[in-house]
Design a protein around this ligand. Sequence first.
Ligand SMILES: [Fe+2]
Ligand SMILES: [Fe+2]
Ligand SMILES: [Fe+2]
Length: 417
Amino acid sequence: MAVEYITSRNMVDLIYETLRLMNKPMAHHCMRVSYIMAKMLETYGTYEKYEIADFMVLALLHDIGAYKTDDVRKQLTFEAKNPLPHSVYGYLFLKYLSPLDEQSKMVLYHHTDYSKTKDMDYRYRFELEVLKVAESVDVWHRSFGEKFDCKMIHKYAGTKYDPEVCSLLDEAVEQYDIFTKLTDHTYREAYSESLDYVLLSDDEKEKYLKMLMYCTGLKDEQAVSETIATVYVCRELGRKLKLSELDKNEVYYAALLHDIGMLAIPLELLNVPRAFTDEEKNLIKTHVEIMEKTLEKKLSKEIIKVAAAHHERFDGNGYPRGLKASGMGQKEAILQISEQVVNSMEPKPYRTAHTKEEIVNDLNNGIISGKYEAIVADTFLKHYDEIMDKAKEKADLALVTHQKLLRNYKQVYTSLV
Ligand SMILES: [Fe+2]
Ligand SMILES: [Fe+2]
Ligand SMILES: [Fe+2]
């Protein structure tokens, strides 16, 4: 169903924008690796353009695990000295939470020497070797600047890198003038052109949109469980309100991505064990506009409108725009109330979890004061237990995969040390 809301190309751009929210230099590194890999595969000559575009997406995500396991501000250090944690986490993240499950092993071994991978029976072994070289070329090219020479890579041909891939690098560099383009940033045009060929199925788009939500868990696990709970509370509430299929889907995607802007907010700030200062509150509030900007022109306007109103209130006392009842509809109300209820149920560093009685009182008071849209809030109150029970059951099921990933991390990591 995601196909109506986003094109393949916009989906990949949205993935890149999400990486950029978390850390710009890391996102740029991934874009450059993606470009170098594309040019190497093009030089090889046997790949279709759409196949190359698929590997470009994988290359864009090759360091995704680092957002969880390392301080991404120190990229050159962990990539060179301690690459295992982000390789393992990135592999599991893509295996369980993306459509790239088959290619995910490329991420697991992207820092493993050729001498250890050369006899591996793996469908994408050659592309893995290309990724390794493309990644090293970017890291070294940035460290050595103009002094970088492909000979530095060749020195490790047969040990760290596949000799055939080292020669392929030389050819690609000559054919596409890769280093000049990396230095003057014109590589971005070539990157963009090659990505135009990406073709995602509905199912893949759906999985990628979910994956973006799971990215919030790279910084803060609780964000994932809260968003999933919000998605299912919205769904049950929408069902009680007899929303059309289209409206239900729009609320679904809005709920899924509503807090993606939080990726740009420093985690240290969110975890302070006290009430926020006004300045901190204002900074946190920017997450809504950040989300809007990120999704703009990629997802449908209606989805963005609903998502952007999740902290607005019908009496005009919400943010960021202070919209009033006349500027919002039932879909906005569903997300607002569901998000508020889920949020109240969770303990925060600065307050305890709210009880059911407190939540019911808040909803009743909100109807009287005009804070909440009356029909939606009243429907919620009438079916409170049923909505919450069903939503919890579904949210728990949805979280199983995510928990599996967390549990497997230690196991895979230890097996490789
Ligand atoms: Fe990397
Ligand atoms: Fe890496
Ligand atoms: Fe929010």
